[in-house]
Design a binder for this molecule. Structure first.
Ligand code: FES
Length: 117
């Protein structure tokens, strides 16, 4: 069963912006890319680096530590299988950003089926 957690107001995350949220000891980064909101765990699946300051190229986020690239829409590495981000469903409800967290722990997407090539 998933929990619905309010992490902020939709108005405070304009297109092109990102926001760090802390939920139950977990760090989550939210991105607004062209009006679409994406939420990921703030921990690179390669070696745990913070992804909050990673460079964006469209929907692809580059980890600042070693440069691996992940598509925020899927969590997958473009053009290859292997590592993937832990992503969270996020939606806007009454002007609030609501992230869905699975219990007891969000799904770890180390071997996300959709990322295999
Ligand atoms: S920790 Fe992210 S690429 Fe190595």
């Amino acid at each position: 069963m998933s929990r619905q957690i309010v992490v902020g107001l939709a108005d405070e995350l304009a297109s092109g912006q990102r926001k760090l949220a802390f939920v139950d000891g977990r760090s989550i980064v939210l991105f607004n890319i062209g009006g679409a909101i994406h939420a990921i765990d703030n921990s690179c699946p390669h070696n745990g680096a913070s992804l909050a300051s990673g460079q964006l190229e469209g929907c692809v986020l580059r980890c600042p530590a070693h440069g691996l690239r992940f598509d925020l829409r899927t969590g997958c590495m473009p053009g290859t299988g292997g590592l993937s981000l832990t992503t969270f469903p996020v939606r806007t409800v009454d002007g609030q950003l609501v992230v869905s967290l699975d219990e007891p722990d969000a799904t770890t997407n180390q071997e996300k089926e959709g990322c295999k090539v």
